[in-house]
Design a protein around this ligand. Structure first.
Ligand code: NI
Length: 226
């Protein structure tokens, strides 16, 4: 499931991050991928040990934790500390699949990547190219969002970032292990959650809403791993 999460960060928060990132030291993005990724990855990243990376990453995670649509769609269990990347001067990242298991979560435990997230920190008009292309069974989807907005997509999908031919594309990206591993099950839960909210807002029969809410939680109980 590909989903646009609007307004994760305010424009003021984005401006603050951009100011900090403009003065940051960047390193070759190939340091954090395996040999397959290294063949197709051409970008810059904040170093893993960077204090700024940790500081800004905490802001991203806190903002997402407050976002009801994000929580309903992802059902996050563990989140890898966000990274920050920069594409410019023809930089791109060819088709690849993200690693299934990664280290470096809050407790340095391994996490399984179920959901990939990209949070855009450059406005679309600041750069040419730099589209995130996600390939799934419905075809290829092209994503380029306003600064402060995020896209989530299944970590199991092939994806790439097209070459940035003008300006710079700055973004934060990270992976989440969901309480519900299966993308299709997460989607069903999100649809039921959305329908229950809409029924509540429309003043529908309370006993029926309660029954549906019970079904939601009992499905989550059946599928959740914690
Ligand atoms: Ni990737």
């Amino acid at each position: 499931m590909l989903m646009h999460i609007p307004d994760v960060l305010s424009k003021a928060q984005v401006a603050g991050m951009r100011l900090a990132l403009d003065g940051a030291e960047w390193t070759d993005g190939r340091q954090t991928v395996g040999p397959q990724g290294a063949m197709v990855k051409r970008n810059l990243q904040l170093p893993e040990a960077s204090a700024l990376r940790r500081e800004l990453g905490d802001i991203v995670v806190a903002a997402l934790a407050r976002h009801p649509a994000y929580h309903a769609a992802v059902l996050p269990l563990r989140t890898l500390s966000p990274r920050f990347n920069r594409y410019e001067g023809g930089g791109e990242y060819g088709f690849h699949i993200d690693g299934a298991v990664m280290a470096g979560g809050e407790t340095d435990a391994y996490i399984r990547s179920d959901v990939s997230c990209t949070l855009f920190l450059s406005e679309p008009e600041e750069y040419d190219g730099g589209e995130l292309i996600v390939s799934d069974t419905y075809g290829e989807h092209e994503v380029k969002l306003p600064a402060g907005d995020a896209i989530i997509y299944p970590s199991s999908s092939l994806h790439r970032v097209t070459a940035v031919t003008r300006g710079a594309r700055i973004a934060s990206f990270f992976w989440v292990q969901s309480m519900v591993r299966d993308d299709g099950a997460r989607r069903l839960l999100l649809e039921m959650d959305t329908a229950i909210r809409n029924l509540s807002a429309s003043g529908a029969d309370q006993a029926s809403i309660l029954q549906l809410t019970g079904v939601y939680h009992n499905l989550l109980r059946r599928w959740a791993e914690t």
